[in-house]
Design a protein around this ligand. Structure first.
Ligand code: ADP
Ligand code: SF4
Length: 692
């Protein structure tokens, strides 16, 4: 009898039964209608990993809800059924239930592919970067919309789904738009009081029950709180009233907060797991139907507590199921310490915003299940058992060493510094990024469980030492270092006059060097996340920070991770002076003081800022001298060894931590693999069908 047994009780949802309490709520994945085989394999992997319910992403019900260029699912007509059948089959193979999130995105869509007018309760600007407005729906439009939704529910049942959603969340769906006064200014029976604004949702729930309720469950996904305080729907006011008014109509309540940035909050801004339950915990007190809730719940003990205290019936997860598709099985098998916990970085979310297949920092196999045949828990055994050397123990080296060891090779991991983790540990020391350390913690723990791994700290290797080791298979994962000359995205040449101020790089700050007295100019010509993090970090330590960026907003990359607004707000709140659209073109003296010369990227007025220190967040250079020396030795016939040299991670090409982990994993997967599989980096692709 285990404390976690309660998590493996079956739960009835209307006419269907979930085999346990682990519920993968709908989440986008950039696969959708364009990549149905990849999608089916990815969702099927979660079913294999023990999730009792596996849901789709948003599934458009009609061409007037066309999210292109984002890639979601479609059930526009019966031609879309076979693609989704692939998913329901792969989920059913492991006795899990398949759920589909039917969606009409209302004015949160631009219909660029279908060229159909967008629909909304009241005519408003589209919620997308496209200068167009939605049409206010008349009664005939509402009737049509209900008909589309009902027809899509019937198609979903034909595709094999067990749970069918009505969706009013994230401020991204038509039922939600009808519910919220800022979208709905109607004066008929669909506008005004809450009963009227809720009318469409009630009708949709009833229509769906009527259409498929005999054999499928009807789930209602609802954002109980907009997290806007008195300026929006609040859980203790209208949010609660909605649940009271619909209490037992749906078979399942899937509750969260909105907008999307609040629901998928990053660990930088919402560090604790289960952060949404303070908003959603009332729901179970109001309804007799099962409730699923989310909020990066990764601790098994917290899961048990949420169930036992009557807060949730199901442990909902989007990102924890991405980071570890086998999380439920690991808890069932008492292997909870092996869970690859989500770090809350939202790299997965950025993929959907970019329209590319999902990827994950913690789980490099995510999105590769079908096209590369990768599995999160299994990897091919070594062909020729032998020793391999991995040089550098950042995310790339750690992942590579772990997977090579899992394959059965004798692994030697050599690290120059006194600790493992490389940039992950360095970055996790900065404000808000502490949870990122899970990337190295997880891998170090796994490596420690294996007896075919030898780790050497404080062991910087040069080419001669590598040769002396006599190991013929070498993986070089020596990372990258931040430039100190100012070359970056807009400053293509070194910045002149740098010798006149104290110049730092992110590596200096992450290594604990503290800038001296006086204002610190941070020059972010990288435009990723780190410039904003460093500004937050240093200003929190009491430095006067002047943030100069060549972009028009702070940390534009973080728009993709849904954090940008919070990043900029937090710098403003801390009194950081922000200079946008400016490149630093030189350092010069004025009245005996050093300062930086800022040039407007749009030809506006130039600015001069006095400063004591300049922190350059511009570009990185691969730190691969070891690789180059070894290559040279091999080329010059300086060794008789038939050495195979593989460069991985940031030493190959600086990128995100997710890229480094992927590169390390790929290096291990492709070592001694069939050349046909590896050739030219090709992978399986889903080719367009010529059917119309
Ligand atoms: P990545 O993101 O590619 O894993 P990191 O910069 O995080 O790169 O990690 C690279 C690691 O390699 C660092 O921990 C660094 O100390 C280590 N390293 C760099 N050069 C050597 C070397 N010659 N021998 C051993 N370790 C090295
Ligand atoms: Fe979690 Fe980051 Fe993976 Fe997304 S990409 S699941 S946030 S670790």
């Amino acid at each position: 009898m285990s404390n976690y047994d309660v998590l493996f009780e079956s739960v009835k949802i209307g006419p269907v039964t979930a085999k346990n309490r682990f519920y993968q709520v709908p989440h986008c994945c950039g696969m959708g209608h364009l990549r149905p085989q990849a999608h089916a394999a990815m969702r099927g992997m979660k079913a294999q990993g023990g999730w009792a319910v596996v849901s789709t992403e948003e599934t458009e019900i009609h061409p007037s809800s066309d999210l292109s260029p984002a890639v979601e699912q479609r059930l526009w007509d019966e031609r879309d059924i076979p693609a989704l059948q692939l998913m329901t089959q792969s989920v059913h193979e492991y006795s899990a239930l398949a759920a589909v999130e039917l969606v009409h995105n209302g004015s949160h869509t631009s219909n660029l592919y279908s060229r159909t007018p967008a629909l909304a309760p009241s005519s408003r600007s589209l919620d997308m970067i496209y200068p167009k407005q939605a049409r206010a729906m008349d009664k005939a439009d509402i009737r049509e919309f209900r008909r589309w939704h009902k027809a899509a529910a019937i198609r979903a049942k034909q595709a094999g789904f067990d749970i069918i959603y009505v969706y009013a969340g994230h401020e991204m769906s038509l039922p939600h738009h009808f519910l919220l006064p800022e979208y709905n200014q109607r004066t008929d029976e669909y506008g005004g009081c809450l009963e009227n604004r809720l009318r469409l949702t009630r009708e949709l729930l009833q229509d769906t029950q009527e259409a498929i309720g005999d054999s499928c469950a009807v789930a209602f996904r609802f954002a109980v709180d907009q997290m806007l305080g008195v300026d929006g729907m609040q859980a203790h006011e209208e949010g609660r009233a909605v649940v009271e008014m619909l209490a037992d109509i749906p078979d399942l309540w899937d509750v969260n907060v909105s907008g999307w940035a609040n629901d998928s909050a990053t660990s930088r801004f919402k560090p604790d797991s289960g952060y949404q339950t303070e908003y959603t915990k009332f729901v179970k007190k109001v309804t007799n139907k099962p409730v699923v809730g989310v909020g990066r719940i990764t601790s098994p003990d917290m899961m048990v507590s949420l169930v036992k205290h009557g807060v949730l019936d199901f442990i909902g997860a989007a990102r924890p199921s991405i980071a570890d598709p086998f999380l439920p099985n690991k808890i069932r098998e008492q292997r909870a310490e092996e869970i690859r916990e989500c770090i809350g970085c939202n790299v997965c979310v950025s993929c959907d915003n970019l329209g590319v297949p999902i990827r994950c920092t913690q789980n490099p196999t995510m999105g590769e299940e079908w096209r590369r045949g990768w599995h999160p828990e299994k990897i091919a055994a070594a062909k020729t058992p032998q020793s391999v050397l991995v040089v550098g123990a950042g995310p790339a080296g750690l992942e590579c060493a772990l997977q090579l060891a899992n394959r059965g090779y004798e692994v030697i991991l050599s690290e120059a510094s006194k600790h493992l983790g490389g940039r992950v540990v360095a970055e996790s020391n900065l404000k808000g990024l502490a949870l990122w350390r899970r990337v190295s913690d997880y891998r170090i723990y796994q490596l420690q469980q294996l007896d075919n791994v030898n780790i050497y700290l404080d062991s910087a290797l040069n080419a001669q030492q590598v040769l002396e080791l006599g190991i013929e298979q070498v993986f070089v994962a020596t990372g990258a270092i931040w430039r100190k000359d100012g070359i970056g995205r807009t400053s293509r040449m070194p910045i002149e006059g740098l010798e006149q101020v104290a110049v730092y790089t992110p590596d200096d700050i992450m290594n604990g060097i503290v800038p001296g007295q006086g204002p610190v100019v941070i020059y972010d010509d990288d435009q990723g996340y780190l410039g904003g993090v460093l500004a937050d970090h240093l200003s929190d330590l009491g430095h006067k920070v002047l943030f100069v960026t060549s972009a028009s907003i702070v940390s534009p990359f973080t728009e993709l991770t849904l954090e940008q607004k919070q990043v900029q707000c937090s710098l403003v709140a801390q009194g950081v002076d922000i200079y946008t659209n400016k490149s630093i073109v030189g350092v010069s003296q004025k009245s005996g003081h050093a300062g930086v010369e800022l040039k407007c990227v749009y030809g506006g007025q130039d600015v001069w800022l006095a400063c004591a220190s300049l922190l350059l967040v511009t570009e990185r250079e691969s730190a691969s001298p070891l690789y180059e020396q070894l290559q040279q030795l091999l080329k010059d016939d300086g060794t008789s060894m038939a050495m195979s040299l593989t460069l991985i991670g940031d030493a190959l090409a600086p990128g995100l931590i997710a890229d480094a982990v992927f590169s390390g994993h790929q290096g291990a997967q492709e070592f001694e693999a069939d050349p046909d599989v590896v050739e030219q980096g090709l992978f399986k692709r889903e080719m367009p069908s010529l059917n119309s």
